[in-house]
Design a protein around this ligand. Structure first.
Ligand code: SAH
Length: 345
């Protein structure tokens, strides 16, 4: 018997084709799409499908299996960290954040990561596999269902490098944006990348106006190469050129993320170099006090240093914000909980 297919991983055209192959009517595709995007896992609960159709579907299909195995609520700001177990017992994390403009979910795109950034917990336990589009979608669906609220924003900044899972990310974006599904606008979605230049160029041609966040973290190749191995493959001049092409094609403002690490990238000259590197671009800078991950040896810059850095970059006319640390009491930063669980803590 052929392998069963995951209904949540299919768009309406694929569902139609699947139904026609089964000798069923195409219009059922929309009904099934709505059920699975509401978080219905049991085909028997799809009550507007006939009993025989449901039986047939159960033979040939299933809905992505996705279990919340841990949920930790921050006492400081209500941020919730979710740990999910996937069908093959792999573990991923997502974070729910409440802002004045609504609920935002930070999702993972891979199990582990290949990129090897020296300060990041997600990459330390290496890479297992890509997430399917449905596994990315299910993080948003399951959290929305759990809190009984509409999720209005998504940031792809959890575990993994989204542009290293390009086809599935693109499929996920189209599914989550679908008006019969979660209907989350592309402008309410941010994708963060360590700088896979060819993929950024490809994304600029997709007509998907998501916000692109670039993990810059250093203003020159020497420092960046030391903390982000990807810089050896795609150095800064190539990355900045790709960002310019992206903003020209999409007219979307790019966010440059810059994690401040004590004595590594937080000097006044670094701020000046950063400002000179990106001046004139349609962009803004988001400074992040680095989260100390045990064993990396990296330490957060002091409050004074962060303020100095911000002032210098702003003096070049570049909008600069310091990221509010959400859920700092629950290890809400990406990858840290998965790591602790794997360590048996
Ligand atoms: N792979 C993607 C997305 C995941 S990481 C990327 O590199 O952008 C999301 C953001 O958190 C990135 O900017 C990443 O560099 C940053 N980050 C990772 N570990 C961190 C840490 N310990 N402290 C602060 N920021 C960190």
């Amino acid at each position: 018997m052929a392998e069963r297919v995951d209904l949540l991983n299919m768009n309406i055209d694929e569902l139609k084709e699947f139904l026609v192959e089964m000798g069923e009517e195409k219009f059922r595709a929309g009904q099934i799409f709505k059920w699975v995007n509401k978080g219905v896992k049991d085909i028997d609960h799809m009550t507007n499908l006939s009993k025989p159709l449901r039986e047939k579907l159960k033979e040939k299909a299933y809905v992505n299996k996705f279990d919340i195995i841990k949920k930790i609520v921050s006492q400081i700001d209500g941020t919730i960290k979710y740990v999910f177990k996937l069908y093959d017992d792999e573990i991923i994390e997502s974070v729910l954040m409440k802002y004045s403009h609504g609920f935002s979910v930070c999702i993972s795109s891979q199990v582990g990561c290949k990129m090897g950034c020296k300060f990041c917990a997600s990459t330390m336990d290496s890479f297992s596999r890509n997430l399917s589009a449905s596994e990315m979608l299910d993080q948003v669906i399951t959290i929305g269902k759990d809190i009984e609220e509409r999720i209005s924003n998504i940031v792809v900044m959890g575990i993994g490098e989204p542009l290293d899972n390009y086809d599935n990310i693109l499929k996920f974006l189209r599914l989550v944006n679908h008006k019969e599904g979660l209907n989350i606008g592309m402008r309410h979605i941010s994708i963060s990348t360590c700088g896979l230049v060819p993929r950024i160029l490809e994304l600029s041609k997709e007509n998907i106006p998501v916000t692109l966040s670039i993990s810059l973290h250093a203003p020159n190749d020497e420092t960046r190469g030391k903390i982000m191995p990807i810089n050896k493959k795609y150095p800064l001049d190539k990355l900045i050129e790709a960002c310019k092409i992206y903003t020209e094609a999409t007219n979307r403002r790019i966010t440059f993320e810059y994690s401040l690490i004590d004595s590594v990238n937080d000097k006044r000259e670094d701020a000046i170099k950063l400002a000179r590197l990106i001046k004139g671009m349609l962009c803004h800078v988001n400074l992040i006090p680095v989260n100390t991950v045990s064993s990396t040896g990296f330490v957060k810059s002091s409050k004074e240093k962060i303020q100095m850095f911000k002032n210098v970059v702003e003096s070049y006319g570049i909008e600069t914000t310091v990221r509010r640390e959400m859920g700092s009491d629950i290890n809400a930063a990406c990858g840290q909980l998965r790591r602790n669980l794997m360590d048996g803590n």
